[in-house]
Design a protein around this ligand. Structure first.
Ligand code: ASP
Length: 317
Protein backbone atom coordinates (compact mmCIF):
# COMPACT_ATOMS: atom_id res chain seq x y z
CA UNK A 1 0.00 0.00 0.00
CA UNK A 2 1.60 3.25 -1.14
CA UNK A 3 -1.40 5.60 -0.80
CA UNK A 4 -4.85 5.42 0.82
CA UNK A 5 -7.22 6.88 -1.77
CA UNK A 6 -10.14 4.48 -1.79
CA UNK A 7 -11.50 1.42 0.00
CA UNK A 8 -12.56 -0.10 -3.33
CA UNK A 9 -8.99 -1.25 -3.92
CA UNK A 10 -8.30 -2.53 -0.39
CA UNK A 11 -8.03 -6.29 -0.03
CA UNK A 12 -9.53 -8.05 2.97
CA UNK A 13 -6.00 -8.71 4.29
CA UNK A 14 -5.01 -5.04 3.97
CA UNK A 15 -8.22 -3.94 5.68
CA UNK A 16 -7.71 -6.34 8.57
CA UNK A 17 -4.05 -5.25 8.88
CA UNK A 18 -5.21 -1.62 9.14
CA UNK A 19 -7.83 -2.49 11.78
CA UNK A 20 -5.42 -4.65 13.80
CA UNK A 21 -2.73 -1.95 13.66
CA UNK A 22 -5.39 0.50 14.89
CA UNK A 23 -5.99 -1.86 17.84
CA UNK A 24 -2.26 -1.70 18.61
CA UNK A 25 -2.38 2.09 18.39
CA UNK A 26 -5.48 2.25 20.62
CA UNK A 27 -3.63 0.20 23.26
CA UNK A 28 -0.89 2.85 23.38
CA UNK A 29 -3.46 5.59 23.91
CA UNK A 30 -4.40 4.34 27.38
CA UNK A 31 -0.87 5.10 28.60
CA UNK A 32 0.01 8.22 30.50
CA UNK A 33 2.40 9.33 27.75
CA UNK A 34 0.49 8.87 24.51
CA UNK A 35 3.25 9.95 22.12
CA UNK A 36 5.15 7.35 20.08
CA UNK A 37 8.41 8.14 18.24
CA UNK A 38 7.36 6.26 15.06
CA UNK A 39 7.23 9.24 12.65
CA UNK A 40 9.92 11.42 14.17
CA UNK A 41 11.47 13.57 11.43
CA UNK A 42 8.56 12.95 9.01
CA UNK A 43 6.71 16.05 7.80
CA UNK A 44 2.98 15.54 7.18
CA UNK A 45 0.92 18.26 5.49
CA UNK A 46 -2.83 18.47 6.08
CA UNK A 47 -4.25 20.07 2.94
CA UNK A 48 -7.89 20.97 3.53
CA UNK A 49 -9.82 22.60 0.68
CA UNK A 50 -13.16 21.91 2.37
CA UNK A 51 -14.62 22.39 5.85
CA UNK A 52 -13.90 19.76 8.44
CA UNK A 53 -14.05 19.48 12.19
CA UNK A 54 -13.64 15.86 13.23
CA UNK A 55 -11.43 14.66 10.39
CA UNK A 56 -8.96 17.54 10.54
CA UNK A 57 -8.58 17.45 14.32
CA UNK A 58 -8.36 13.67 14.28
CA UNK A 59 -5.58 13.57 11.66
CA UNK A 60 -3.64 16.25 13.50
CA UNK A 61 -3.95 14.37 16.81
CA UNK A 62 -2.85 11.13 15.10
CA UNK A 63 0.17 12.80 13.45
CA UNK A 64 1.28 14.46 16.68
CA UNK A 65 0.90 11.25 18.70
CA UNK A 66 3.25 9.62 16.19
CA UNK A 67 5.73 12.54 16.65
CA UNK A 68 5.46 13.77 13.04
CA UNK A 69 6.07 17.42 12.16
CA UNK A 70 2.67 18.80 11.13
CA UNK A 71 1.86 21.58 8.67
CA UNK A 72 -1.77 22.64 8.36
CA UNK A 73 -2.86 24.27 5.11
CA UNK A 74 -6.49 25.41 4.86
CA UNK A 75 -7.09 26.42 1.26
CA UNK A 76 -10.81 27.11 1.46
CA UNK A 77 -11.95 29.98 -0.67
CA UNK A 78 -9.05 29.87 -3.12
CA UNK A 79 -10.13 31.49 -6.38
CA UNK A 80 -7.53 29.73 -8.51
CA UNK A 81 -8.99 27.03 -10.76
CA UNK A 82 -8.92 23.70 -8.95
CA UNK A 83 -6.55 21.68 -11.15
CA UNK A 84 -3.99 24.47 -11.34
CA UNK A 85 -4.09 25.37 -7.67
CA UNK A 86 -3.66 21.73 -6.70
CA UNK A 87 -0.64 21.32 -8.97
CA UNK A 88 0.98 24.53 -7.76
CA UNK A 89 0.32 23.66 -4.16
CA UNK A 90 1.66 20.12 -4.58
CA UNK A 91 4.85 21.43 -6.13
CA UNK A 92 5.25 23.91 -3.28
CA UNK A 93 4.76 21.11 -0.76
CA UNK A 94 7.37 19.04 -2.59
CA UNK A 95 9.78 21.97 -2.50
CA UNK A 96 9.37 22.42 1.26
CA UNK A 97 10.02 18.72 1.82
CA UNK A 98 6.59 17.28 2.68
CA UNK A 99 6.91 13.53 3.29
CA UNK A 100 3.17 12.74 3.28
CA UNK A 101 -0.01 14.62 2.39
CA UNK A 102 -3.51 14.27 3.84
CA UNK A 103 -5.96 15.92 1.47
CA UNK A 104 -9.63 16.88 1.63
CA UNK A 105 -11.06 18.41 -1.51
CA UNK A 106 -14.56 19.18 -2.86
CA UNK A 107 -13.71 17.60 -6.24
CA UNK A 108 -14.09 13.84 -6.59
CA UNK A 109 -10.77 12.41 -7.78
CA UNK A 110 -8.54 15.15 -6.31
CA UNK A 111 -6.62 12.75 -4.03
CA UNK A 112 -6.09 10.29 -6.87
CA UNK A 113 -4.83 13.08 -9.10
CA UNK A 114 -2.31 14.10 -6.46
CA UNK A 115 -1.17 10.50 -6.08
CA UNK A 116 -0.81 9.85 -9.82
CA UNK A 117 0.45 13.03 -11.43
CA UNK A 118 3.95 12.92 -10.01
CA UNK A 119 3.80 16.51 -8.72
CA UNK A 120 4.92 15.23 -5.35
CA UNK A 121 6.61 11.98 -4.39
CA UNK A 122 4.88 11.17 -1.09
CA UNK A 123 2.16 8.92 0.29
CA UNK A 124 -1.27 10.56 -0.16
CA UNK A 125 -4.17 9.93 2.22
CA UNK A 126 -7.65 10.85 1.03
CA UNK A 127 -9.54 12.65 3.82
CA UNK A 128 -12.68 13.00 1.66
CA UNK A 129 -12.95 13.92 -2.03
CA UNK A 130 -16.33 15.34 -3.08
CA UNK A 131 -19.02 12.66 -3.23
CA UNK A 132 -16.44 9.98 -3.99
CA UNK A 133 -14.68 8.40 -0.99
CA UNK A 134 -13.65 8.90 2.62
CA UNK A 135 -11.60 5.78 3.37
CA UNK A 136 -10.46 6.58 6.92
CA UNK A 137 -14.09 7.23 7.91
CA UNK A 138 -15.08 3.78 6.64
CA UNK A 139 -12.11 2.21 8.44
CA UNK A 140 -13.05 3.85 11.74
CA UNK A 141 -16.66 2.75 11.22
CA UNK A 142 -15.54 -0.84 10.60
CA UNK A 143 -13.20 -0.68 13.60
CA UNK A 144 -16.02 0.57 15.83
CA UNK A 145 -18.48 -2.03 14.58
CA UNK A 146 -15.95 -4.88 14.85
CA UNK A 147 -15.27 -3.93 18.47
CA UNK A 148 -18.98 -3.68 19.31
CA UNK A 149 -19.72 -7.05 17.72
CA UNK A 150 -16.60 -8.99 18.78
CA UNK A 151 -15.24 -7.13 21.80
CA UNK A 152 -11.73 -8.20 22.75
CA UNK A 153 -11.85 -11.07 20.25
CA UNK A 154 -11.96 -8.57 17.37
CA UNK A 155 -8.30 -8.76 16.35
CA UNK A 156 -7.65 -10.73 13.17
CA UNK A 157 -11.34 -10.85 12.27
CA UNK A 158 -13.47 -9.32 9.56
CA UNK A 159 -17.18 -8.58 9.83
CA UNK A 160 -18.37 -11.80 8.24
CA UNK A 161 -22.13 -12.14 8.13
CA UNK A 162 -22.79 -8.80 9.89
CA UNK A 163 -25.82 -7.05 8.41
CA UNK A 164 -25.54 -3.28 8.06
CA UNK A 165 -28.25 -0.92 6.81
CA UNK A 166 -26.97 2.41 5.48
CA UNK A 167 -29.74 5.01 5.37
CA UNK A 168 -30.33 8.32 3.64
CA UNK A 169 -28.44 10.52 1.21
CA UNK A 170 -26.41 7.80 -0.49
CA UNK A 171 -26.15 9.80 -3.70
CA UNK A 172 -23.97 12.54 -2.21
CA UNK A 173 -22.22 10.45 0.45
CA UNK A 174 -18.53 9.56 0.23
CA UNK A 175 -19.03 7.83 3.59
CA UNK A 176 -21.59 5.46 2.05
CA UNK A 177 -19.37 4.66 -0.93
CA UNK A 178 -16.29 3.92 1.18
CA UNK A 179 -18.37 1.86 3.59
CA UNK A 180 -20.02 -0.24 0.90
CA UNK A 181 -16.64 -1.33 -0.49
CA UNK A 182 -14.94 -1.87 2.85
CA UNK A 183 -17.83 -3.67 4.54
CA UNK A 184 -18.07 -5.90 1.46
CA UNK A 185 -14.34 -6.71 1.63
CA UNK A 186 -14.73 -7.59 5.31
CA UNK A 187 -17.61 -9.98 4.60
CA UNK A 188 -20.57 -7.91 5.82
CA UNK A 189 -23.90 -7.67 4.00
CA UNK A 190 -24.96 -4.13 3.19
CA UNK A 191 -28.44 -2.80 2.45
CA UNK A 192 -28.84 0.78 1.22
CA UNK A 193 -32.12 2.51 2.06
CA UNK A 194 -33.31 5.99 1.16
CA UNK A 195 -35.60 8.03 -1.07
CA UNK A 196 -35.43 6.89 -4.72
CA UNK A 197 -34.00 10.31 -5.63
CA UNK A 198 -31.03 9.79 -3.31
CA UNK A 199 -30.17 6.19 -4.22
CA UNK A 200 -27.74 6.38 -7.12
CA UNK A 201 -28.50 4.77 -10.46
CA UNK A 202 -25.14 3.02 -10.44
CA UNK A 203 -26.09 1.07 -7.28
CA UNK A 204 -26.58 -2.20 -9.14
CA UNK A 205 -22.80 -2.39 -9.62
CA UNK A 206 -22.23 -2.12 -5.88
CA UNK A 207 -21.94 -5.09 -3.53
CA UNK A 208 -25.17 -4.11 -1.72
CA UNK A 209 -28.92 -4.54 -1.94
CA UNK A 210 -31.20 -1.50 -2.04
CA UNK A 211 -34.64 -0.57 -0.79
CA UNK A 212 -36.83 2.44 -0.14
CA UNK A 213 -38.69 1.22 2.94
CA UNK A 214 -36.79 1.87 6.18
CA UNK A 215 -39.33 0.14 8.42
CA UNK A 216 -39.11 -3.04 6.35
CA UNK A 217 -35.28 -2.94 6.52
CA UNK A 218 -35.34 -2.43 10.31
CA UNK A 219 -37.88 -5.21 10.78
CA UNK A 220 -35.22 -7.61 9.46
CA UNK A 221 -33.19 -6.75 12.59
CA UNK A 222 -29.82 -5.67 11.17
CA UNK A 223 -26.74 -5.67 13.42
CA UNK A 224 -26.12 -1.99 12.69
CA UNK A 225 -27.92 1.01 11.24
CA UNK A 226 -25.74 3.76 9.81
CA UNK A 227 -27.55 7.07 9.35
CA UNK A 228 -26.10 9.45 6.75
CA UNK A 229 -26.18 13.22 6.93
CA UNK A 230 -28.34 15.03 4.40
CA UNK A 231 -25.60 16.73 2.36
CA UNK A 232 -27.49 19.96 1.70
CA UNK A 233 -24.32 21.69 0.48
CA UNK A 234 -24.04 19.22 -2.42
CA UNK A 235 -27.69 19.42 -3.49
CA UNK A 236 -28.55 21.56 -6.47
CA UNK A 237 -32.15 20.36 -6.70
CA UNK A 238 -35.02 19.38 -4.41
CA UNK A 239 -34.50 15.69 -3.65
CA UNK A 240 -37.40 15.37 -1.19
CA UNK A 241 -40.53 17.46 -0.64
CA UNK A 242 -39.92 18.65 2.93
CA UNK A 243 -37.55 17.94 5.83
CA UNK A 244 -40.52 16.83 7.97
CA UNK A 245 -41.48 14.34 5.29
CA UNK A 246 -37.89 13.09 5.08
CA UNK A 247 -37.64 12.60 8.86
CA UNK A 248 -40.95 10.72 8.88
CA UNK A 249 -39.99 8.36 6.05
CA UNK A 250 -36.23 7.91 6.42
CA UNK A 251 -35.19 9.40 9.77
CA UNK A 252 -34.30 7.31 12.83
CA UNK A 253 -37.13 8.87 14.81
CA UNK A 254 -37.56 8.14 18.49
CA UNK A 255 -40.40 5.74 17.72
CA UNK A 256 -38.36 3.80 15.16
CA UNK A 257 -35.36 3.74 17.46
CA UNK A 258 -37.46 2.33 20.34
CA UNK A 259 -38.65 -0.48 18.08
CA UNK A 260 -35.07 -1.71 17.49
CA UNK A 261 -33.58 -4.59 19.48
CA UNK A 262 -31.38 -3.32 22.31
CA UNK A 263 -28.19 -4.56 20.71
CA UNK A 264 -28.62 -2.89 17.30
CA UNK A 265 -25.67 -0.55 16.85
CA UNK A 266 -26.61 2.99 15.78
CA UNK A 267 -23.92 4.82 13.80
CA UNK A 268 -23.55 8.30 12.31
CA UNK A 269 -20.34 9.83 10.89
CA UNK A 270 -21.17 13.35 12.09
CA UNK A 271 -21.98 16.15 11.87
CA UNK A 272 -25.55 15.15 12.75
CA UNK A 273 -28.71 16.95 11.74
CA UNK A 274 -30.66 16.12 14.87
CA UNK A 275 -34.37 15.82 14.22
CA UNK A 276 -33.80 15.22 10.52
CA UNK A 277 -31.93 11.98 9.81
CA UNK A 278 -31.54 11.06 13.50
CA UNK A 279 -33.47 11.86 16.69
CA UNK A 280 -31.69 12.85 19.89
CA UNK A 281 -33.19 9.78 21.58
CA UNK A 282 -31.23 7.60 19.15
CA UNK A 283 -28.09 9.75 18.93
CA UNK A 284 -27.62 10.01 22.70
CA UNK A 285 -28.46 6.38 23.50
CA UNK A 286 -26.08 3.65 24.66
CA UNK A 287 -26.59 1.93 21.32
CA UNK A 288 -25.15 4.93 19.49
CA UNK A 289 -21.44 4.91 18.66
CA UNK A 290 -21.15 8.51 17.42
CA UNK A 291 -18.49 9.60 19.93
CA UNK A 292 -16.81 6.19 19.93
CA UNK A 293 -16.43 6.59 16.16
CA UNK A 294 -14.69 9.95 16.72
CA UNK A 295 -12.37 8.54 19.39
CA UNK A 296 -11.52 5.47 17.29
CA UNK A 297 -10.75 7.76 14.36
CA UNK A 298 -7.49 8.82 15.99
CA UNK A 299 -6.26 5.21 16.37
CA UNK A 300 -7.32 4.32 12.83
CA UNK A 301 -5.54 7.36 11.37
CA UNK A 302 -2.44 6.61 13.42
CA UNK A 303 -2.50 3.12 11.89
CA UNK A 304 -2.88 4.43 8.32
CA UNK A 305 -0.11 7.02 8.78
CA UNK A 306 2.18 4.49 10.41
CA UNK A 307 1.70 1.85 7.71
CA UNK A 308 2.12 4.34 4.85
CA UNK A 309 4.83 6.62 6.24
CA UNK A 310 7.11 4.71 8.54
CA UNK A 311 9.52 3.89 5.70
CA UNK A 312 9.53 7.24 3.89
CA UNK A 313 12.77 8.50 5.39
CA UNK A 314 14.69 5.34 4.51
CA UNK A 315 13.29 5.39 0.97
CA UNK A 316 11.67 2.00 1.52
CA UNK A 317 8.18 3.20 0.75
N1 ASP B 1 -17.90 14.10 7.98
C1 ASP B 1 -18.26 13.22 6.89
C2 ASP B 1 -17.68 13.72 5.58
O1 ASP B 1 -16.86 14.60 5.58
C3 ASP B 1 -19.72 13.00 6.81
C4 ASP B 1 -20.56 14.21 6.53
O2 ASP B 1 -20.04 15.32 6.37
O3 ASP B 1 -21.76 14.02 6.44
O4 ASP B 1 -18.03 13.20 4.54
Amino acid sequence: MRHLISTATLTREEAILLLDTAEDMAATQDREVKKLPALRGVTVVNLFYEDSTRTRISFEAAEKRLSADVINFAAKGSSVSKGESLKDTAQTLHAVGADAVVIRHPASGAAQMLAERGWINAPIINAGDGCHEHPTQALLDAFTLRRRLHGNKARGRGLDGARVVIVGDVLHSRVARSNVWLLGALGAEVELVGPPTLLPGEFDRWPATTGYDLDAALARKPDAVMMLRIQAERMRAAFFPHTREYARMWGLTEQRFRSLPEDTVVMHPGPMNRGLEISSAAADSKQATVLEQVANGVSVRMAALYLLCSGVKEGTN
